[in-house]
Design a protein. Sequence first.
Length: 233
Amino acid sequence: MTRGLSAAPVRAASPLLGVSLGRIGAALAVLALITIWVIRLRYAAPAYVSELGADGAPDAGWFALALGTVAAAGVLLGTAELLRMQVGPGRGALRAALSGESRGAVRAALLGGFCLILAGIGFLVATVYPCTARCPVPGDPLHTMRDTVHISAAIAGFALVAIAMLAQAFAGAERRSRLIAWGAAIGVAVIAGVGGLLALAHVATALGAWCELVATSIAILWCATRGVARARD
């Protein structure tokens, strides 16, 4: 009896903690994005996002702080998503029944939560292992193992955020959230695709760099909307 009574306040507190973590995560995401844009506008030459934190970049330290903040935001926002569903034996199904959410929406929330946490870990690895000067890509004679680790971790983090977007777009509980996720996913795919093609073709690389920054901004802002959604719930 005592054990059951003591567990009830913990279960009740979990969604409230999720709301708080969501708010903090959203604020951190927006703060990090503003910092990245300030760093980019201060950068004299055209540069892809990772170049802003590469060896020798004028604001490399600030960029590392901003990317680390993105990592923290991802972990907090993902945790907030999981706490909202009160992950545990039977709790997700119970909460879905109480809130009217479909089983698909519950799965989307859980998948999105785990993806955001893993994305945060990926961005943390990218923070710990910044690129060498100008962040050479594979195939460039200046490319090093550290560049491989950074680029792989950053791409993995970006891909995990994209998976979270698609999960929300296909099976989100609210129509507005689904539409926002669809818009963000399509925007990121098209803009990042254009930037990637320009980079591979070594044509209009300045435009390609801006495309990457805009796509990154959309992804970070979408993550922030998840925290706002948790607070609204």
